[in-house]
Design a protein around this ligand. Structure first.
Ligand code: SAH
Ligand code: F3S
Length: 481
């Protein structure tokens, strides 16, 4: 999920409206996927009630919290560098307390406290409601840790603060955890078993966003297609559900339909879809509602059946093609993006060529490509040697990135001469005279500001493109305003 995050957001401290009554200062920053950014908003909401105002200055902080990512080794190294920095500041301001949140907290548990002695507080992704108690412990001079993973916690009852967002698009979590056990992936270990959030609490959070004039909501989960609400409980326990629970259960297609129906003016997105769990009824619901964006992030990881099997991705290359064909049949203009891992253990040149040929078939709009990084404790780390030499991984990765660049350009060129609806999100990074927004296909469009405003839907004539962006001119307001 990390692709939705603008690189510049990584590590940027969260700033909330100041409450005069609050006396303590919290510095909170996040790394990794959108779920972490979303969780930090929940944490900030909890701590605002505990007397904390946010600060942008590390040096002023009474409490420093970092929400961490374990997905690849590099992500952990970035956080370690930040911890060194906090500890340098702490030497000047010994009253400052440091806490680690999220996936690294869950993975390394009390190792941070006992062996490394570089933090005061360790809190896993399901334990944020315990923060007031844990901070009390820390205030009393003791270290505190809670890394218990929960069967129920979805934070459905906490309405997260949104002040870091642009006021136009927001993220709403619908599931937590993941049951898929892809052999390379640390998420099932750090975020626990999969559970879905009550649809009523999802609807009321969206209602609140709409009342605050948000125009776009992205439903978030590690595997959204697997969403299943039957009155609470883990996804894996659905076999034990009563007849009533089965009859009233809400799956992802139904949830999407409910949200799209209730908020016809809201642009609706979702991420991430796993091919093995994505069903045709989801694609049909997308086609039925004009306000559901025509874009699916559909990671493939590898084009080789043998590697897919080693990864425990429970579908074949052929099944993936069938899914792509069905999507294109039902929604011809649907954009599709990928995640690919190169150099998974035992990957041969043949396997790599299978990935390239799969990409040629789909011609993805975008992609997020990574060299395999062995994660301790995962099935792949336990069973398979990380045997693809680093230079080979890098070369394969470069080939995949180059092919993706060509495909993105090819897709973008097909927009030249067309008029597309764009939701304006922010000023263009390169020019203060231009707006930046996205089409339903999630493609970034940059165009002169004229009298349009952030949050407007406008029709834009596309004149030029690069492999990353469409360039055009606005012609009129869209009927969605
Ligand atoms: N289902 C999740 C996946 C989270 S991880 C989602 O919502 O996107 C995001 C991507 O990181 C994965 O799709 C995969 O391509 C990549 N990734 C995960 N573990 C990895 C590892 N050990 N090495 C390299 N890339 C990895
Ligand atoms: Fe990871 Fe696979 Fe779940 S990539 S988050 S185990 S779908």
């Amino acid at each position: 999920m990390e692709k939705i995050i603008d690189e510049s957001a990584q590590g940027k401290p969260l700033i909330l409206e100041q409450n005069q009554e609050n006396k303590r200062k919290l510095f909170i920053e996040s790394y990794g996927c959108q779920m972490n950014f979303s969780d930090s908003e929940i944490v900030a909401s909890i701590l605002a009630k505990e007397g904390f105002n946010t600060t942008q200055n590390l040096e002023d902080a009474d409490l420093v919290l970092v929400n961490t990512c374990s997905i690849r080794e590099k992500a952990e190294q970035t956080v370690r560098k930040r911890l060194e920095k906090y500890n340098a500041v702490k030497r000047i301001n010994p009253k400052m307390k440091v806490g680690v949140l999220g996936c690294m907290a869950e993975r390394l548990k009390s190792k941070f406290l006992e062996e490394e002695k570089i933090v005061d507080l360790v809190v896993g992704p399901d334990a944020y409601k315990d923060l007031p108690n844990l901070i009390e412990e820390v205030d009393a001079g003791r270290n505190a840790v809670n890394v218990i993973l929960s069967k129920e916690e979805t934070y459905g009852d906490i309405s997260p603060v949104r002040l870091q967002s642009n006021g136009v698009s927001a993220f709403v979590s619908i599931t937590r955890g993941c049951d898929n056990m892809c052999t390379f992936c640390v998420v099932p270990f750090t975020r626990g078993r999969e559970r879905s959030r009550d649809p009523q609490s999802i609807l009321s959070e969206i209602e609140d966003l709409v009342s605050k004039d948000f125009k776009e909501v992205t439903l978030l989960g590690q595997n959204v297609d697997s969403y299943l609400w039957y009155g609470g409980g883990l996804k894996k326990d659905f076999d034990k559900a009563s007849d009533f629970q089965r009859a009233t259960a809400v799956n992802f297609a139904k949830l999407l339909d409910m949200v799209a129906e209730r908020f016809p003016k809201l642009r609706l997105r979702f991420t991430t879809s796993n091919p093995q769990d994505m069903t045709l009824d989801v694609i049909e619901v997308m086609a039925k509602h004009q306000n559901i964006c025509k874009y699916i992030h559909l990671p493939i990881q590898s084009g080789s059946d043998r590697i897919l099997k080693e990864m425990n991705r429970l579908h074949t290359r052929q099944q993936y093609f069938e899914l792509i064909d069905n999507i294109k049949k039902i929604i011809p203009d649907c954009a599709i993006s990928q995640d690919i891992i190169t150099g998974f253990p035992t990957e041969t040149e043949e396997d790599h060529k299978d990935t390239l040929s799969l990409m040629e078939y789909v011609k993805y709009e975008y992609g997020f490509m990574f060299a395999y990084s062995e994660r301790p404790g995962t099935l792949a780390a336990r069973k398979l040697e990380d045997d693809v030499p680093e230079p080979v991984k890098k070369r394969r990765l470069a080939e995949i990135i180059e092919l993706q660049r060509q495909h993105s350009e090819y897709r973008h060129q097909s927009f030249i001469g067309k008029t597309v609806e764009v939701l304006i999100e922010k000023e263009s990074k390169k020019s203060d005279q231009h707006w930046s927004g996205r089409t339903t296909q999630n493609t970034v469009v940059v165009f002169p500001k004229e009298n349009y405003q952030i949050g407007d839907f406008v029709m834009v004539d596309i004149k030029e493109c690069t492999s990353a962006t469409l360039l055009g001119e606005a012609v009129e307001y869209s009927k969605n305003n």
